[in-house]
Design a protein. Structure first.
Ligand code: 9G3
Length: 568
């Protein structure tokens, strides 16, 4: 492809609003342009990389037994009302009206559409299992779009859905998809981990996220330093390996603690370790209040809290709500002597092991010391409520937990009958009884994967595409595109490459060499072939983008030499 015909608007300067490497480089190398917040155009070079990623995805989906279709992005509200999600999703779901004032959603995902389609067409167990996928634009009105393609409001997703007559059949498909995802991300050269995840609003229990390890990732992974255990910290369970101290139990006393509110202040003022402080937080769980008690050095995991109560909303009570319900300020809360009998108390399992602890007295400027669970207060239940921390024992009992940041590029779910029941997608089983289909769903962020590859593969001069994802295999650059022998040899090389199934970007622009080389380094094709002074001897310079290595090669040996560097 002649570069003078392409649209590759490279930038010398780093765009100020781009904070991370991949966003900066995809802009500077002329791969993407922002239309508006969270909405991008994929320019020709990015479109080519998308096609290569999609090709890998299609091959792996076919291998897993899924068939491609394409569903509409425009989804009638009735479908989302049937599943109930029209009412549970807020402004993140983009909605619009047609000329008849009928309501629609712009597809954020396609469980409703696919379930409605399959329920109309599949009536017998004989037609199951069935696995369908699409590669389609999704719309989600993110509150804070950021990091370029990593968190956009319009993005490209491969989403697959499977339908089964038995749990075993779903388990089988899930494992195939799990393997397919591992293959996709391995073939993209990404350093990824499959982590146990939280199914959140999706219902169902088994779910794994595929995370690319990266400092700019928004998710935190808890993984073991001695086994393959890895989980999103949102759901990582905490092993109760606590021990009760054998110190003598003392009597509880009320002490004056004027203006002592935070755990830090209490710990310092009363000279007790934070591990002996009881942190009490009032939460609004759906429409009731719950006092959550934790050890002072732990943090409440609101996802675990939400899952424990199977609630749709969990919010920390405001200072005013706290005062209104418990008649004292947030810094004086405790499980003893609460001034409300409507508030349930639950505690993290670590609290049970506290001896002679300190807690708020539910009275302004007072705390209790010598607090002992069981003797001085009881709770409805001790449960695993805290975020796992680095150094905790790994939940599988092997080694200890280390944290890493990750970019979620894939997510696989066992949905069960969450959608088939709410939308009445049933089939006739072998005994002639109507049953709800058992479902799975599986997503890959295709445009996010492109950004994750750019984030992982770059250097100070620009992008560094893995050979199998690169927009072109080689960059052919005649120093002087107008000059006879250089242009003639460059044309011959371009043809030779094409004959040998190598795609090439031919820089035929009338630009200074420095500009051509800087652009070439930014764009990041695996090899650059420079045709210069030695053109009349048939000798060119080959530069390997990844290592910076350059070597002189005669035209006769060009293909053989390139084949050792461009391994697709
Ligand atoms: C929405 C909006 C945002 C959403 C969803 C729905 C995330 C939503 C979860 C999924 C689950 C799976 C199929 C492919 C794999 C992931 N954000 N999810 O359902 F309306 Cl605004 O998308 N869907």
């Amino acid at each position: 492809m002649k570069q003078s015909m392409m649209l590759i608007p490279t930038l010398r300067e780093v765009p100020s609003d781009a904070e991370i490497k991949s966003h900066q480089l995809l802009l500077r190398a002329g791969f993407i342009r922002q239309n508006t917040s969270g909405v991008y155009s994929y320019l020709p070079l990015a479109k080519k990389v998308l096609q290569k990623i999609e090709q890998i995805v299609r091959e792996e989906m076919e291998q897993a037994g899924a068939v491609e279709l394409l569903m509409p992005a425009l989804q009638q509200a009735e479908l989302w009302q049937e599943s109930g999600r029209w009412y549970t999703y807020g402004s993140e779901l983009m909605r619009l009206k047609d000329r008849h004032e009928r309501e629609f959603a712009l597809g954020a995902t396609h469980e409703e559409v696919i379930t409605s389609l399959v329920k109309d067409e599949i009536k017998s167990y004989k037609r199951l299992p069935l696995a369908l996928y699409q590669i389609q634009t999704k719309f989600r009105d993110e509150k804070r779009p950021r990091f370029g393609l990593l968190r956009g409001r319009e993005f490209i997703m491969k989403d697959a859905y499977s339908f089964h007559a038995s749990q075993e059949s779903l388990d089988e498909m899930y494992d195939k998809m799990y393997q397919a995802y591992s293959n996709v991300f391995a073939r993209c050269g990404l350093d990824f981990r499959a982590v146990i995840a939280d199914s959140g609003a999706m219902g169902g229990k088994d779910t794994h996220e595929f995370m690319v390890l990266s400092e700019v990732g928004e998710d935190t992974i808890a993984y073991s330093n001695e086994s393959t255990y890895a989980a999103n910290i949102e759901m990582a369970p905490v092993l109760a390996t606590y021990e009760k101290s054998d110190e003598a139990v003392v009597k509880m006393e009320k002490v004056e603690t004027v203006d002592i509110k935070s755990i830090e202040e209490v710990s310092t003022f009363l000279n007790v370790s934070k591990t002996k402080c009881l942190k009490s937080l009032l939460f609004k769980v759906d429409d009731k209040y719950v006092l959550v008690v934790l050890r002072g050095d732990h943090e409440v995991n609101d996802i675990k809290l939400k899952n424990y109560f199977e609630a749709s909303s969990v919010e920390l009570a405001t200072a005013d709500e706290t005062k209104e319900v418990l008649k004292c300020s947030i810094g004086s809360l405790g499980p003893i002597g609460m001034k409300s009998d409507k508030v349930e108390i639950i505690a993290d399992q670590a609290v049970e092991f506290i001896v002679n602890g300190v807690a708020g007295a539910n009275e302004e400027n007072y705390h209790f010391t010598g607090v002992n669970p069981g003797r001085d207060f009881s709770v409805n239940e001790y449960i695993d409520l805290r975020f796992i921390q680095e150094g905790d024992a790994s939940p599988d009992g092997k080694g200890t937990i280390v944290f890493a940041k990750g970019i979620e590029v894939g997510h696989v779910f066992k949905l069960g009958t969450r959608y088939s029941e709410s939308m009445n997608a049933t089939y006739l089983d072998a005994n002639g009884r109507m049953q709800p289909m058992i479902m799975g769903c599986y997503g890959i962020g295709v445009s996010r994967t492109l950004a994750a590859v750019a984030e992982q593969f770059n250097d100070e001069n620009g992008l560094l595409w893995p050979a199998n994802l690169s927009p072109f295999d080689a960059h052919v650059i005649p120093i002087n595109a107008k000059k006879g022998d250089q242009k003639e040899l460059a044309d011959r090389i371009y043809t030779l490459l094409k004959e040998n199934k190598y795609s090439a970007l031919y820089d035929d622009r009338d630009e200074r060499p420095g500009v051509k080389f800087a652009d070439s380094d930014l764009i990041g094709l695996p090899v650059r072939i420079t045709i210069g002074k030695k053109a009349n001897e048939g000798i060119v310079e080959l530069k390997i983008r990844k290592t910076g290595e350059t070597l002189e090669v005669h035209f006769e040996n060009l293909i053989e030499t390139i084949s050792t560097f461009v391994v697709k």
